[in-house]
Design a binder for this molecule. Sequence first.
Ligand SMILES: [Zn+2]
Ligand SMILES: [Zn+2]
Length: 276
Amino acid sequence: MLDYHVHTEYSIDCKIPMAVQCEAAVAAGVTEIAFCDHLDHEPSDPGYGYYRPEAFFASIAECRERFGDRLVVLAGVEADFNERIADDVARFLSHHEFDFVIGSVHYGEAGQIIFQDYFDDREWDDVYLPYLRRLKLAASSGLFDTLGHIDLPKRYAPQAKRTYDPVRYKDGLQELFEILIRERMSFEINTSGLRQSPKTSMPGPAIVRWYVEAGGTLITTGTDSHAPQHIGSGIPQTLDMLELCGIDSVSSFRNRERTQRSIASLRPSATVTTGA
Ligand SMILES: [Zn+2]
Ligand SMILES: [Zn+2]
């Protein structure tokens, strides 16, 4: 199993040491883990200025030393993105050697982070159409290996505005897929939605199916875990979902080079049944 979206104490919203996450990954049957702490360049973000690359890379080296015989430990990052900070993100990435880079849009207008209250005076179209526009900019920026949680607003939509109909945004998603396919870039299946209010992955199967119909084949899988008990969670179901949608492999990375791994090879090994 590949869990390519895990947070540690180097994210402002996580207190868990990397080694604890590695232990949990081994116990959960994860074979490759990409630590992707938040890299926030938007001054309004609570995580602005929090990221410490030297400490992060030192911790990666320690975990490789300690767990390397059981677990592939990858240096990833979840880089925030919008049009105001694109140059800052590019500059940062050009100075650090990651294995894997997620580009995530967490912001709406004027650098405001999309949480529940962002929906107070907005309808779905007001939130998601600009969100899609930023995803397209991220996809064409050439900065990232995969796009994070491409329908994130559904996680934060309040109950009264919960109705999220991806069909309404199919045209915009098709445009996004065209860019992704042209750039040979992926998006992730973020399983945190399964544990939280949407009760479906981000994105869910309808969107994956449209991507496949458009000719897309490149997907990454990640739990967005901020707690050790969530590492690997929802990944086996996601592999089933991907196969049903027509995807037969998942992307793996080293030094930002992509290779495809067959889903059959990524399933947790079958349990051996002993005689009665
Ligand atoms: Zn995120
Ligand atoms: Zn995350």
